[in-house]
Ligand binder design. Sequence first.
Ligand code: ADP
Ligand code: MG
Length: 458
Amino acid sequence: MLQLKNIYKSYITGGSRQIALDGINLKFRESEFVTVLGPSGSGKTTFLNIIGGLERCDKGDLIINGKSTKEFTDSNWDFYRNNNIGFIFKNYNLIPHLSILENVTIAVSFNGLSKKEKQEKAIEALNRVGIKDYMRKTSQYLTKDEMQRVAIARALVNNPKIILADEPTGNLDSKSTIEIMNLIKEIFKDKLVILITQNPGIAKRYATRMITFRDGEVIEDTNPLKEDLHQKEISLKRTHMKIYMAIKLAIRDISNKKLRMFFYVLISSIGIMGIALIVALLQGFNKQISGYENDTLANYPIVINKVYTNYSIHNTSQNSKQNQNDLKNSKLNTKNDIIYSYNSSQNSTEHINQVNKDYIDYIKQMDKDLVSEISYESQINMNILREDEDGKVSILDTSTINLSSYPKDYGQETYLEKNYELLYGYYHTNKNEVVLYVDEKYRLDTNFLNELGIDVKK
Ligand code: ADP
Ligand code: MG
């Protein structure tokens, strides 16, 4: 099913040519567990990246189903990767601002399933790797071993025929290493697994075939394939990622910058503009990121809002103990139906962008080749009245409560139903209704609660 024919790859660094692969000839079976050994710099990662379609060789040919890939277009490669390859990396490569479930769900974004079906697949994969809790939290709450389990679920979810793992246990202690290796072996038992490891003991224990690299060449292959067996076909047709998925990812990115609101805009004056540039970021994006992440991010919108608020201090790793505690608390909260308050301005910095006519003119004359689409959004101030218990009516200061709109609905489910869990009440049905969003720790901003006239208990 997969064959490397005289693959040659070199890099030019600082004026000199470095040969990474020097004529590799290998054939793989439909189902085998191949471990790849070799000193650092011997070409193992380059080899794996070429098989996975993350890099192209200089000379030679990668043969898939007996067909040459020499004439492959970028979209041929994309399809090959998305539908046939599962990647597992040493550094997990989870997208930090997405939940664990979303990290897995984005891997099934390419084949026209409904959102529910995709989630079911993702949950099933997460169950198989033993991750049941924490699914809606981001990966910062996980141990290294758990992160690698999520990455395995992500590799598993499309049921790929080939699993490529680059030192998947390189960051794990020996106990976790055994657990993760057992899991990979068990879960992908009928697949072609090609796994790089620095650990000869591990290589021997799990492999049905061991390949050793040195200086860009294969110096040992314990179980080479000679005959041309009838092999299972690798699919090479095309699909498209839905634009909606790209937009949703961006929405999640913004919502992570807290308060879980769409287009984080403070509506403090009339006519505030938010500008979204949807820029093709494919080029220059870190190659180590796996194929489908790369593709998903290709249409990642850059959003420029009037106000940008940075809450990064919440999410630093030093705070992860704190986060663990918060997480435990937040679990309690749901049981008791308690929403907690927090002061969002405490750990944030704010930047006001000057979005004026000059700036918009500048955006409009940008090189169209760099941008696949530009959209503009303007919003107006809302007058909201509040009635206190004693009947006193006053105007809300909308600059302290972050009002925002959310996008039109796609398909049958509404935007809210798709992206949020209902904690209390009902999904709104009328235009004059308001939805309160809490963040993933079930919190609302203290200023916001005060502005609504709700006394916050200390
Ligand atoms: P391994 O994974 O076995 O450590 P690699 O495949 O990463 O080896 O690297 C093989 C050789 O190619 C090394 O000499 C390395 O420096 C070089 N190399 C790999 N990737 C690049 C790159 N992107 N740019 C320049 N040189 C590279
Ligand atoms: Mg390497």
